[in-house]
Design a protein around this ligand. Structure first.
Ligand SMILES: NC(=O)c1ccc[n+]([C@@H]2O[C@H](COP(=O)([O-])OP(=O)(O)OC[C@H]3O[C@@H](n4cnc5c(N)ncnc54)[C@H](OP(=O)(O)O)[C@@H]3O)[C@@H](O)[C@H]2O)c1
Length: 269
């Protein structure tokens, strides 16, 4: 099936990470030109054969000057950015109750995940203003945590839920800059990447995760990349905007307790 992404210019954050790298590879296979934003290291990005269709630039999405410079680099290299994917994100490795969470941790998570998405949207929209055109797509990478919540990770869940409000607002703004512009969101569930590695090597944790997923599997990075590419494509998703697609094998929520834990204080009184 033709995605129509050949020669489209995609900018993606978190491009050296698990989901980001797979998404870059998928866009390149579709013939797109890609500006890949990395943070601490380029990882495998330089090894991707792309016939001059890939450029990399380092940016910390918390810093407005970095995001501004990355978009400038993108347009100087490949012209108008047609699609922007906000994928960079962090989650604290250790869970912690809200009563013990530091303000510093709360601010750090919100700043990378939500403010980072805002800054990228801001400079993406400025680019649409500078380079008028009919179509444009913004794809935000959220999380099932933003839908179901996640005990001990309230900072992360809140940052991802906030992205929903960003999407619902920006879908109504983007059309003033690009009449056929669209804004959507992909919400991955558990996905095998460095971010989730720790939890997914713990068998008890995997059992708990699978209790909530009819397909009894965690996502591959391809599962997520394909949803991002689908929403980026005007050919395939040209009339889809303001939608949040959950890619989580039918996940229904969270198993809060093991069978033993379920009786520990829940005696019905
Ligand atoms: N894996 C899962 O189970 C899962 C589930 C739901 C949602 N997600 C979401 O999917 C997205 C991708 O995550 P992933 O699983 O692929 O994790 P990952 O491999 O850790 O990738 C995250 C990327 O974000 C980058 N990043 C972190 N802080 C940044 C900053 N301040 N500025 C710019 N980039 C920054 C990281 O770069 P550095 O490593 O160089 O800092 C990394 O490349 C995230 O938004 C995550 O919340 C993942």
């Amino acid at each position: 099936m033709d995605t129509g992404l050949k020669n489209k210019h995609i900018l993606i954050t978190g491009a050296a990470g698990g989901i980001g790298l797979e998404t870059v590879k998928t866009f390149l296979r579709e013939g797109a030109r890609v500006t890949a934003l990395y943070h601490r290291g380029e990882g495998e990005l330089p090894s991707l054969a792309a016939d001059g269709r890939l450029t990399t630039v380092s940016a910390d999405v918390r810093r407005e000057e970095d995001v501004r410079a990355a978009f400038r680099h993108a347009s100087e290299t490949f012209g108008r950015v047609d699609v922007s994917v906000s994928n960079a994100g962090i989650a604290n490795e250790e869970g912690i109750g809200v009563h013990e969470m530091s303000l510093e941790q709360w601010n750090r998570t919100l700043t990378v995940n939500l403010t980072g998405a805002f800054l990228c949207a801001k400079y993406f929209f400025k680019n649409l203003e500078e380079f008028p055109g009919k179509s444009a797509a913004l794809v935000l990478v959220g999380s099932t945590a933003g839908i179901f919540g996640e005990a001990w990770y309230s900072d992360y869940a809140t940052s991802k839920a906030g992205m929903y409000g960003l999407m619902m607002s920006l879908k109504n703004e983007i059309v003033y800059l690009a009449h056929r512009g669209r804004v959507n969101m992909v919400n991955p569930g558990w996905t095998r990447t460095p971010m989730a590695e720790g939890a997914l090597t713990d068998v008890e944790m995997v059992k708990r995760i699978h209790q909530t997923i009819p397909m009894k599997k965690t996502a591959t990075t391809k599962d997520i990349a394909h949803a991002i590419v689908f929403l980026s494509s005007d050919q395939l998703a040209g009339h889809i905007s303001g939608q949040s697609i959950t890619v989580a094998g039918g996940m229904e929520g969270r198993a809060l307790y093991t069978p033993d834990e379920a009786l520990s204080w829940g005696d019905g009184k």
